[in-house]
Ligand binder design. Structure first.
Ligand code: FE2
Length: 277
């Protein structure tokens, strides 16, 4: 499995506090079956944050110098702001400064009014936005069809392993499951910050759940392929290769809207797990 969203650059955000802590996180990820990591320190999408990126590179190098047993890439989790339009052509925040993708997060309370324009600007600049944890955004929770619109604009969605398992609350879980069952999710990632409170350990359970959902795929709006979400697509992001576009015809759209309108209702996968306990 390949994790494209986590915070192990030491001492730069609310993730790993030291090189030792970063190495412990890498070891935990490896034990959970992760083979490559794109680490994504928080950064605001603004010109005046470019020096901060240079600082991230220096700290990331301290981890590389210890030669951990993991393929490591540096990117960023870019907080979208009204000024982010000014940096859409800059590659600094993409994986290894050369990927075609950018991991974008929104403020949690809403989908910002400029967000659709920002997605358009990124696509025009040849960079594909990946929306970090849409299932945790209040605007998407209130209206899950907004996530469908992101995908229709050419963005990819990344949901969080812990949300799929309900570790971060029922509403996030319901939204994450609805997005996966709708076939709108390209990538699953941990958003790990440390080894205790926000660890990598939800990876095996999330993978098992996705495989279970794949077997039930005929009930869902679009086919689900677990390995594509946990390995193939995230590795393509690290290496700057294309991810298959999500093409939606009218029948898909009808099925997806129907599923999204049921967000919060138990999914077949959820029911199976419940009765299996
Ligand atoms: Fe994050």
């Amino acid at each position: 499995m390949v994790d494209i969203h986590c915070h192990l650059v030491p001492g730069v955000d609310d993730g790993a506090e030291s090189v030792e802590a970063a190495l412990a996180m890498i070891e935990q990820a490896r034990a959970c079956g992760v083979t490559a990591i794109l680490t994504t320190p928080h950064i605001r999408g603004r010109l005046d944050e470019l020096p901060r990126h240079a600082h991230h590179k220096e700290k990331f190098q301290l981890v590389l110098d210890r030669r951990p047993a993991m393929d490591l890439y540096l990117g960023g989790e870019v907080r979208a702001t009204s000024e982010t339009r000014e940096v859409v052509t800059r590659k600094e925040f993409t994986a290894s400064e050369q990927s075609k993708y950018i991991l974008l997060e929104m403020d949690f309370d809403q989908v910002p009014p400029y967000f659709s324009q920002l997605l358009f600007d990124y696509r025009l600049a040849g960079i594909i936005p990946i929306i970090a944890h849409p299932e945790r955004n209040m605007g998407v929770l209130r209206n899950p069809e907004l996530a469908l619109e992101f995908v229709r604009q050419g963005a990819h969605l990344q949901v969080t392993t812990g949300c799929l398992l309900g570790e971060l609350g029922e509403s996030f879980e319901a939204c994450a499951l609805a997005l996966v069952e709708s076939g709108l999710v390209s990538i699953v990632a941990s958003d790990a910050h440390n080894v205790k409170t926000r660890p990598f350990t939800s990876w095996p359970g999330a993978y098992e759940l996705l495989k279970e959902m794949e077997e039930r795929t005929r009930n869902f709006a679009r086919p689900i392929v677990a390995d594509r979400m946990v390995t193939e697509n995230p590795l393509a992001v690290c290496e700057g290769r294309p991810i298959p576009a999500i093409e939606l015809d009218e029948a898909n759209l009808t099925a997806i809207r129907k599923r999204l309108s049921r967000t919060g209702k138990p999914s077949p996968a959820k029911r199976k797990r419940f009765f299996g306990m």
